[in-house]
Design a protein. Structure first.
Ligand SMILES: Cc1cc2nc3c(=O)[nH]c(=O)nc-3n(C[C@H](O)[C@H](O)[C@H](O)COP(=O)(O)OP(=O)(O)OC[C@H]3O[C@@H](n4cnc5c(N)ncnc54)[C@H](O)[C@@H]3O)c2cc1C
Length: 468
């Protein structure tokens, strides 16, 4: 019987992929995928100490696969286009990562360890407690170096090599896959029993469209949001965030919550939600998620996501009836509070982690109803439609537009995926513009690589072995 996990990630003969549009996409989820892959590929005898593996991409997914494979004594080749592994998060000292907090409202959201039950097979690098992304990279660097000392003979490291394509081997009867790589323009080939493609998501959309040259900061780039003056000498800047997915929601929370509160876990711990309210959120998420699982177009998601937003709003309204919640939020809110606008194109946010969705609805509702300035911070049914630099010429480079003022205006959108309506508002100005429009489509990749990434694959993954 075909293995359903391997089948879901099958790209071509004995080539599997965790790249492209997988969902959920967190680092923890990618580590879980890699562990499952190694376990299942061994069970199917696709890889073994006599059947070598090639892993393309040295991010958390690729490195987790390499470490798990070496643990099982499988000869492994790592192909990474950069000079170092884990390059995406290496310099990011402004994002907090916790192995379980995004599992909220599941019951183990505050356990902060991976795996939660020590007797179960864990990740190649145990992960305990929340930490800055760059710190997690340092820990994995050191685990990788230790593994090289221990099992270096089994590892072939090809840094600054790029995967070109993987295809069924026609020349080597002992190996199923031929992998083509290139370095400085010249190509090489290697054979393996199986190949795992972990070359990441195609790229982030940080511009509002092809014709607009303003480019917001990349998600994993270090930024100054935790700085009291936002790196621009202004403690109360005007900030615009465009987007309604996890990237936008996370930045909204980082801007509106006191920077001494590092992660989602600390916010939920302070709020101490009544169990019944958490259960309502869990129930609503499960129902909506089951509907979204097979959606591809925005129109497929619209109904379940609007329903989910409504259900969460009911819980938010109930929660804000409690005096303790208002007092806690009063302490959690950043002081002074910048004027932040989250511009998103429908009544609901995009498909996102329930923790982000719930907390943004809670904070935005609180600011609107109870903040002394009655701040309206959610700009629903809107899209940025004009964006231009003030005092600088936008050129499509993050460096040029970062920390610079911009002029913008919005247009109305009736429904997500629908056409843009006319401009309605006058031009406004923003000190910081953050654009979180998700990921580029796979057609941006060279043609041979397009066949090796998953276009859209929504999955329910195990929560990395939580306690019953
Ligand atoms: C807006 C946004 C917000 C996110 N928020 C979070 C969050 O809060 N928490 C979280 O845990 N995750 C978050 N993620 C997801 C996280 O970024 C990914 O899960 C993680 O980076 C994926 O790891 P990976 O190893 O699959 O890919 P990557 O980290 O992208 O690594 C891919 C590696 O492959 C290499 N590579 C690329 N092409 C080739 C090639 N042709 N040949 C060889 N090597 C190649 C790259 O250099 C890189 O080293 C977010 C993602 C986005 C876009």
């Amino acid at each position: 019987m075909p293995d359903p996990f391997l089948l879901a990630h099958h790209a071509s003969e004995r080539t599997f992929s965790f790249a492209g549009g997988l969902s959920p996409i967190s680092i923890r989820d990618q580590i879980v995928r890699s562990q499952l892959f190694i376990r299942r590929a061994i069970e199917k005898d696709f890889i073994s100490p006599k059947k070598p593996l090639v892993v393309a991409g040295g991010g958390f997914a690729g490195v987790a696969a390499v470490l798990s494979a070496l643990n099982a004594d499988i000869p492994t080749t790592l192909i990474e286009k950069n000079a170092r592994i884990l390059s995406v998060q290496r310099c990011c000292n402004s994002r907090w990562l916790d192995p379980a907090e995004y599992d909220w409202p599941a019951s183990h959201w505050d356990c902060s360890v991976l795996p939660c039950r020590p007797e179960l097979a864990g990740p190649p690098v145990p992960w305990s407690g929340g930490k800055w992304a760059s710190v997690l990279v340092t820990e994995w660097d050191s685990a990788y170096s230790n593994m090289k000392l221990l099992k270096g003979a089994l590892l072939t490291e090809m840094l600054e090599y790029e995967l070109v394509v993987a295809r069924p081997s026609t020349t080597n009867p002992h190996h199923a896959v031929t992998v083509e790589v290139k370095k400085n323009g010249s190509g090489e080939q290697l054979d393996a029993a199986a190949c795992l493609v972990c070359i990441g998501f195609v790229g982030e959309k940080c511009q509002i469209g092809k014709d607009h040259l303003t480019r917001g900061p990349g998600f994993w780039k270090p930024d100054d949001i935790c700085d009291p003056h936002f790196g621009i000498g202004n403690s109360q800047p005007e900030i615009v965030i465009s987007g309604g997915g996890d990237g936008a929601l996370q930045d909204y929370l980082r801007i509106t919550i006191n920077p001494s509160v590092y992660g989602i876990k600390d916010i939920f711990t302070a709020l101490s939600l009544p169990p019944l309210m958490q259960a309502k959120c869990r129930d609503a998420f499960i129902k909506a998620n089951r509907m979204c699982l097979w959606g591809i177009e925005k129109s497929h998601d619209h109904e379940p996501l609007s329903w989910l937003q409504e259900q969460y709003q009911k819980v938010v309204d109930d929660l804000l009836e409690l005096q303790t919640t208002k007092e806690t939020l009063e302490k959690l809110i950043r002081r002074p509070l910048p004027r932040v606008r989250l511009v998103h194109s429908c009544s609901h946010f995009s498909s996102s982690y329930p923790a982000n969705r719930f907390l943004v609805q809670l904070v935005a509702t609180y600011l609107l109803r109870h903040h002394p300035d009655r701040l309206e911070t959610l700009y629903s049914h809107k899209k940025l439609c004009k964006l231009e630099g003030i005092g600088h010429q936008c050129d499509g480079k993050e460096k040029t537009c970062g920390n610079q003022r911009h002029r913008y205006s919005t247009c109305e959108v009736e429904k997500c995926g629908g056409p843009d309506g006319p401009h309605k508002d006058v031009d406004k100005e923003a000190d910081l513009v953050i654009i979180r429009h998700g990921l580029h489509d796979i057609d941006r990749l060279p043609q041979p690589l397009q066949e090796l990434v998953i276009a859209k694959c929504r999955q329910i993954l195990p929560y990395a072995l939580f306690p019953p």
